[in-house]
Design a protein. Structure first.
Length: 633
């Protein structure tokens, strides 16, 4: 897919008709912390041999990894804690062989992640990348090699990532591929060999390939960054690839790709409405299994009869829920299944495919009843230039959809998108009586190249107008009370929040900026060193500090603070490497110099978004009070 710097339809007639329907009693109000607390148990994973169940639960208020014999699943017997993280939650993990688990951790939110291993037998925990100030990630877990993993990190040069093979038993590192300075991504085949890589000169991308690791890389093809030919899998013999390509087309589609011809071959799958860029693989059966089409909701499309049969069996047992397989044994006959929808994070199950047997493991959040939560409904509206903008509207339960207080919630990225599904923020706000509008403004990914390119150099301009037009659409439909509209967003969504109260100050009664960009000049100068290869591309997409100086000045909220009159609440992590603290500082300082009161929350132990439960509680409690104060009748 296109580079993403950070992570940054219901018809009008239907909405109007809904307001005439008899309204049920208002939904039960749930405690704020019930929405955002860590689960009592979750993140279930299976060892490859199927003998051990892994899961996470709180230990000293932090999420840590526990294991249990699979025969004891669903009980409290045989449970053993194998990690003791106390500073920050473990965000995710997986089994490496049947004796170890791997996870990543950073320090205070700085995003310099280390790869950590825990031995489930001895309890020994080892940092496999103990390099200070280094960002590491797992490139390939080498499932057929119990002793090694492939890791990429930037210890040698903070601007690029080299590939190392690490012996998990000794910790020894062996250099597998050194980055010459322009490689932005590596790719391994089914045997874990580094066979392909992507480079950039800033605006042009080149795909490199080699038949074996002993050969030098050779260029296969080059494209402008606006076109993508991304490897998403390899054929069973690892001689050819599957790619997601939008070369010569608007919507990204899946193709077979022969490195000998450097051209897209057989079309595997395409969709007229959206990009298709994911491809599932069965390691046990050595075949592609499925892709996902995400227009209004994510829907699977199957290429493999076994996968489709399992999916249909699970849907029959769990009607009304989306099905996600989160982990499986090496033979792919036992799996962890998540069943969820837009109103609940749902439950997790152990599924035996041979016996077609489903065993419930846990509810992720039993404190909140699914029936009391609000539906997230796909919507669309027309922007002022005729472009169709799609998104989601969540209306509070038990009240007529008329003259409501509204929270407009633009997503981060901006080259990302909102999706249908459970979101605790959205449900919390709806539970407090707010309608919530999420829109996939131009530039949001998944809707094709033309829609994406329509965002170039449109920060604060047409992209912002798409958000404004969504607010005006809700007002026109009678859903929104024009005097009680707030805007809240994080990262790019925080920028859109600040730009909204700068460009259209009369539209919003309150605004919450969470780790948002405020000054496009300083933002572009403060990006992490490993983003530098993309700087020329970002300049084309956002703007040039010299050539577009007037435009960037006009679209930098911190440089136009005199226009802001909307009450503002700002939240920032002090260790944020993507949107640094100075972005929020200068915005707050500019307003306070004018005597404008701004609520400002800074957390010294957080980065790009608050991850610690206690900080989340404090942030949402402050936001709840702030919104109630400014959106009350």
């Amino acid at each position: 897919m296109h580079f993403k710097p950070w992570l940054l339809a219901l018809t009008s007639a239907t909405l109007i008709a809904a307001s005439t329907i008899a309204v049920a009693q208002p939904a039960k109000t749930y405690p704020l912390r019930d929405f955002f607390k860590n689960p009592a148990q979750g993140y279930f994973r299976l060892s490859p041999d199927g003998k051990t169940l892994g899961f996470m639960q709180p230990h000293e208020s932090r999420m840590n990894i526990f294991v249990q014999p699979i025969g004891k699943a669903g009980s409290t017997e045989g449970v053993k804690r194998i990690t003791s993280e106390t500073a920050r939650d473990i965000s995710n993990y997986f089994f490496k062989g049947s004796q170890h688990v791997l996870y990543t951790k950073d320090f205070g939110g700085d995003e310099n992640f280390h790869v950590v291993m825990a031995d489930i037998v001895t309890g020994k925990v080892q940092d496999l990348t103990p390099h200070e100030g280094t960002k590491a990630s797992i490139l390939d877990d080498l499932p057929d090699d119990d002793d090694h993993i492939l890791v990429e990190h930037n210890r040698r040069d903070k601007g690029v990532f080299d590939v190392y093979r690490i012996n998990i038993r000794t910790g020894a590192e062996t250099l597998v591929a050194q980055n010459p300075g322009n490689i932005t991504g590596w790719n391994t085949d089914h045997a874990g060999k580094v066979r392909a890589a992507g480079t950039t000169d800033g605006v042009n991308k080149t795909l490199l390939y080699r038949a074996t690791e002993s050969e030098p890389f050779k260029p296969l093809l080059s494209t402008n960054f606006r076109e993508s030919v991304d490897i998403v899998g390899w054929t069973a013999d690892s001689k050819a690839m599957y790619v997601a390509s939008n070369r010569g087309r608007d919507k990204t589609a899946l193709f077979e790709f022969d490195p000998n011809t450097a051209r897209e071959g057989r079309l595997v799958y395409e969709n007229a409405n959206v990009d298709v860029s994911s491809l599932g693989w069965s390691r046990a059966r050595k075949t592609i299994t499925q892709t996902v089409v995400n227009f209004e909701k994510a829907e699977p499309v199957f290429f493999d009869g076994t996968s489709e049969r399992i999916y249909k069996a699970l849907k029959n047992k769990l009607p009304g829920y989306e099905i996600v397989v989160q982990s499986s044994t090496k033979d792919e006959q036992t799996m962890i299944v998540a069943a969820l929808n837009d109103r609940t994070p749902g439950a997790r199950y152990l599924y035996d495919a041979r016996a077609d047997k489903l065993t419930k493991l846990a509810e992720i959040n039993p404190a909140i009843a699914e029936a009391d939560m609000a539906e997230m409904k796909p919507v669309s509206y027309t922007a002022r230039d005729g472009l169709t903008i799609r998104g989601y509207l969540t209306l509070p339960r038990g009240v007529a959809p008329k003259n409501l207080p509204v929270i407009v919630n633009p997503h981060g990225g901006p080259w990302a998108r909102d999706n249908w599904g459970y979101n605790p923020e959205i449900q919390f706000l709806a539970n407090r009586g707010y309608a919530v509008l999420q829109m996939n403004f131009r530039g949001s990914t998944g809707y094709g190249r033309k829609f994406w390119e329509a965002s170039f150099k449109q920060w604060g301009l047409a992209m912002q107008d798409d958000i404004t037009d969504g607010v005006n659409w809700l007002i026109k439909e009678g859903i929104a009370d024009p005097k009680r509209v707030a805007i809240y967003g994080a990262s790019y969504g925080g920028y859109a929040t600040l730009m909204g109260v700068t460009k259209t100050p009369e539209l919003y009664a309150a605004a919450v900026d969470y780790v948002g960009v405020s000054n496009l000049f300083t933002f572009m100068k403060s990006i992490p060193p490993y983003w530098k290869p993309f700087l020329d591309m970002m300049t084309e997409m956002v703007g040039d500090a010299e050539k577009d100086k007037a435009q960037l000045t006009a679209t930098s909220p911190a440089l136009n603070a005199e226009r802001i009159k909307t009450p503002l609440f700002v939240a920032q992590g002090a260790k944020d490497p993507r949107v640094v603290k100075a972005e929020s500082d200068q915005m707050v300082d500019a307003l306070r110099k004018r005597g404008v009161a701004v609520e400002y929350m800074v957390k010294d132990n957080e980065g790009h978004g608050f991850r610690l439960q206690e900080n989340q509680f404090e942030f949402y409690e402050a936001m709840e009070k702030f919104l109630a104060k400014h959106l009350k009748r």
